[in-house]
Design a protein. Structure first.
Lengths: 465, 89
């Protein structure tokens, strides 16, 4: 206690300031970057111009020569787009204390490979050979990471969450606020049912198998709420052992990657509409980035795989409503409640958590605010246009270029997932956590399927029309 | 459990809340989430208890860190390679 008595006031105030979070957390940087791009796009649009020149994206091609010609014709635009991303993401990375001299070369390599994958996805035979960009990005990354290994200099550029959150903010620009208000309540109800049941199954099976309650709770929220983010939020809130958090992360990552491939495959074999499949993926995937990879893959089947109805964006929209609005935003509440239970009901650990309602806001995934604000702004801008004028002017001049930027951001993320996932580095999880988590996965997938395809089927089908 | 006079983990020598160290101590964290995420709040790794704890937590083993250590000289978390293998088999 002598050290405590000697404590200086400067030490006590050494906790990071509340406002400092605006610069220290990637959620806020995703908002600044995403909303900044939306603001520039709107400013140009309102002045009769557009960001579409710089928001360049590959077009459909049949032969390699066509792709080469496309690339040559738009080379300056691709270089300018790289600069736009490098500057905006680079500022964010620097604020997160990632050295720019390390981030930029890594990001350049990521951009080039992501561009190649984006091009490959636009090949007119891509769907025939299952070459959907998210799966190719993920598969390539996993292959490299788990064989020769990603080079060390590439690691600073592999910021999965930074890219995915920026993409989700941009995604808001393509979703009318009225749609969010219409579908949000259903998403919340469906997600609440599945989250509570999944958590209950993992927690009670885990405790029944003799797992520590803190581990069971960390596994439960990892499976029920928001994957790895859920696991670290609850691990910290209840004061779990470090190895318990590692076990939960390993299980979530492995199952999430399995589901990226399994969910679209099963949905495709059942010819689910894009809206319904997106809702199922949003209910049953564990992490935002993994789920968006699965949802975007499925959206790519629309129009190219016979029997799959709905538009391509419906899968991503339904996924986002279900996962982000229905599940992610509640993580602070889960953390507060479980922290309270851990402090008052569970065995002591030597570390005492403080259960404060402020926890709900501190752990709130702030990027969701950017998603909602982007939606509100673009809805407001589009308000004066009738449907014909919207399709003629607003869509190509404002919304489509922002959607193109979103696709780029997502592709950076999908590639980064594979390149950062080294299966051999995961801790050995043991049989009991595996059984508990897998029981939750099984219930989650089945319940999510029934709710999406039976109970709320009509609702999610309409989303894709 | 009471901790008379104890000060929150954020100012303790045993506590490490640096995102880069947390990501290296928890393999897979950066694959589908991030130590820079808002959901992490200001949590960190306690080297004394080998636990992942909130920065606002309290404990009897608090040892004040020097001002410099709060930003630079926190103990590095154990490598994941030293974790007990399959502890819940």
């Amino acid at each position: 206690m002598a050290e405590i008595a000697e404590q200086s006031p400067s030490l006590i105030s050494a906790r990071p300031s509340r406002w400092g979070e605006l610069l220290r957390k990637e959620d806020w940087w995703a908002i600044w970057i995403g909303l900044g791009l939306v603001a520039v796009a709107i400013a140009l649009f309102e002045n009769g111009s557009s960001i579409k020149w710089i928001a360049v994206a590959p077009q459909k091609w049949s032969h390699l020569a066509d792709a080469g010609a496309q690339l040559q014709a738009h080379a300056v635009q691709y270089a300018a787009l790289f600069l736009l991303w490098a500057v905006s993401l680079g500022i964010g990375a620097a604020a997160l204390r990632i050295k720019l001299s390390h981030f930029l070369p890594a990001f350049l390599a990521l951009y080039v490979v992501a561009g190649a994958i984006y091009f490959l996805g636009l090949w007119d035979q891509a769907a025939h050979y299952n070459l959907e960009p998210p799966l190719v990005a993920l598969g390539l990354g996993l292959l490299i990471s788990n064989t020769v290994g990603a080079p060390r200099w590439l690691v600073p550029g592999l910021r999965v969450e930074f890219y995915i959150k920026t993409g989700i903010v941009l995604l808001g620009a393509g979703l009318p606020l009225t749609l969010i208000a219409w579908a949000g309540p259903v998403a919340i109800v469906q997600a609440a049912i599945v989250s509570l049941v999944t958590f209950g199954v993992i927690y009670f099976v885990g405790v029944r198998l003799g797992l520590d309650r803190r581990l069971a709770a960390t596994l439960g929220t990892g499976g029920a709420v928001c994957g790895v983010s859920g696991a670290i939020a609850i691990g910290g809130a209840v004061g779990a052992k470090k190895e318990q958090v590692s076990v939960a992360i390993s299980l979530v990552v492995v199952w999430a990657i399995v589901m990226i491939f399994v969910l679209p495959l099963v949905a495709r074999s059942l010819h689910l509409s894009t809206g319904v499949a997106g809702a199922w993926i949003g209910t049953s995937e564990f992490a935002d980035a993994a789920g968006l990879a699965a949802a975007q893959t499925y959206g790519g089947y629309a129009g190219s795989v016979p029997g799959i109805s709905g538009n391509a964006d419906a899968a991503v929209s339904a996924f986002t409503l279900m996962k982000v609005i229905g599940r992610d935003v509640w993580i602070g509440v889960w953390a507060f409640v479980l922290s309270l239970i851990a402090t008052t009901r569970w065995e002591r650990t030597g570390v005492q958590s403080r259960s404060e309602a402020g926890e709900i806001w501190r752990r709130f995934p702030k990027f969701v605010l950017g998603f909602l604000i982007a939606s509100a702004i673009v809805t407001l801008v589009s308000k004066g246009y009738d449907y014909a004028a919207y399709k003629k002017d607003v869509l190509p001049g404002l919304v489509a270029p922002l959607q193109s930027l979103r696709t780029w951001a997502f592709t950076f993320a999908f590639l980064s997932i594979g390149l950062t996932t080294k299966i051999r580095e995961f801790v050995s999880v043991g049989a009991r956590p595996f059984y508990a988590f897998t029981a939750g996965v099984a219930v989650n997938v089945l319940l999510g399927f029934v709710l999406s395809t039976q109970v709320f089927n009509e609702f999610w089908s309409r989303l894709g029309q | 459990m009471s901790h008379p006079g104890a000060i929150a983990c954020a100012g303790c020598r045993h506590f490490n809340g640096r995102p880069v160290d947390i990501e290296s101590a928890l393999p897979g964290l950066a694959s589908l989430s991030s130590a820079y995420a808002a959901v992490r709040s200001e949590d960190g790794i306690c080297a004394a208890h080998d636990r992942y704890v909130a920065a606002t937590s309290l404990c009897d083993r608090y040892v004040a860190a020097s001002v410099g250590a709060l930003t630079a000289l926190r103990p590095a978390p154990d490598s994941h390679k030293t974790s007990v293998r399959a502890p819940y088999r």
